[in-house]
Design a protein around this ligand. Structure first.
Ligand code: FE2
Length: 151
């Protein structure tokens, strides 16, 4: 990132995302801890139970394990921030679908709503970073030369 403010925004969001991972893992753990295999199978989690028991394993809803290939980095601050903006919208949409699936389990819906709101905030913060980077890249270069030392 070409400016310090954008670096700070990225650091803030990245730190918070790790905390969100912990929250989601805790929700999954609390929902599955002590549940017998038959109940998990009836809930459509038989394959998951076979592979991971009730351990928290990072994967997409359809079973696709998380890996670094899901991280899109081009090495260009404008392209990368646009990617980050899209990722936040995808996360928001995922939380909305999870909330839809929770029916009336308020103990799960409330933290999911909180997490959804944070994705909206992350989107706004990435937008702030993008504007800062664009402004920085648009600045005219100013070079100083002290000719007195060149004699
Ligand atoms: Fe986020």
């Amino acid at each position: 990132m070409p400016d310090q403010k954008s670096k700070a925004i990225l650091n803030d969001i990245g730190t918070e995302e790790l905390a969100h991972l912990e929250m989601v893992g805790t929700i999954v753990h609390q929902l599955t801890d002590g549940v017998d295999a038959k109940t998990l199978e009836e809930a459509g989690l038989g394959a998951y139970y076979t592979d991971h028991g009730v351990g928290v394993y990072p994967q997409a809803a359809a079973g696709w394990p998380w890996n670094a290939a899901t991280i899109a980095v081009k090495g260009d601050p404008i392209a990368d921030l646009q990617e980050d903006l899209a990722a936040e919208q995808k996360a928001r949409a995922t939380y909305e679908k999870l909330i839809d699936l929770c029916k009336d389990d308020q103990d799960v819906i409330d933290p999911l709503r909180f997490l959804r709101e944070r994705e909206v905030v992350h989107f706004q913060r990435f937008g702030e970073a993008l504007r800062g980077v664009q402004d920085k890249l648009a600045e005219k270069k100013f070079y100083m030369n002290n000719n007195n030392n060149c004699r």
